[in-house]
Ligand binder design. Structure first.
Ligand SMILES: CC(C)(COP(=O)(O)OP(=O)(O)OC[C@H]1O[C@@H](n2cnc3c(N)ncnc32)[C@H](O)[C@@H]1OP(=O)(O)O)[C@@H](O)C(=O)NCCC(=O)NCCS
Length: 146
């Protein structure tokens, strides 16, 4: 079985959107995914298993050089096989190469799977943002120094 992580291209967007919709209560529209792809293509990565996309991660660098993980999702059928870890490790390496010293992200307080994954990689809960999501759920802001 071959597994790789590579930069996403426009041709990948339909498949990425499929995973987005199957992964989130409030999925990003395809147009926003397209915008992220144009904004920082080197931080929009997909994981492939035997040539099929099974997950993706989106990062960007905010003014002041703070790294932000905007989205991470793995095909529900391919979870718990290490793809989330692979994508996260790869983007953290890319952030380091781009001289990013700190990375942050927001995650639903109920999202145990993602919180565990981020904690395993050294992210710490910095604070809570009340009512961050449209349905009223709070978000943890998690940060990691690189
Ligand atoms: C979060 C997500 C990306 C993890 O992807 P994944 O490929 O399943 O992750 P991995 O297989 O690399 O798991 C790594 C670790 O994360 C934690 N983890 C992953 N899924 C978990 C679950 N369902 N319950 C508890 N911990 C979990 C575990 O610590 C796991 O290590 P282990 O398998 O050795 O116990 C995936 O569950 C997903 O796409 N969820 C929906 C979208 C989402 O919530 N994204 C995050 C937005 S902030």
């Amino acid at each position: 079985m071959s597994e790789i992580v590579r930069q996403a291209t426009e041709k990948d967007l339909n498949r990425i959107f499929e995973i987005e919709v199957s992964s989130f209560k409030e999925p990003y529209p395809k147009s926003l995914l397209y915008m992220y792809l144009k904004l920082t293509p080197e931080l929009f990565l997909v994981a492939e298993k035997n040539g099929n996309i099974v997950g993706y991660i989106i990062g960007l660098i905010r003014l002041g050089g703070l790294g932000h993980i905007v989205s991470l999702a793995v095909d529900p059928k391919e979870r718990r096989k290490g793809y989330g870890t692979l994508l996260l490790n790869t983007i953290l390496e890319r952030f380091k190469k781009l001289k990013v010293h700190k990375v942050r992200l927001e995650v639903r307080v109920s999202n145990v799977a993602a919180i565990n994954l981020y904690k395993k990689h050294g992210f710490k809960i910095a604070h809570i943002i009340k009512n961050f999501y449209l349905d009223g759920e709070d978000a943890y802001v998690m940060v990691k120094a690189l």
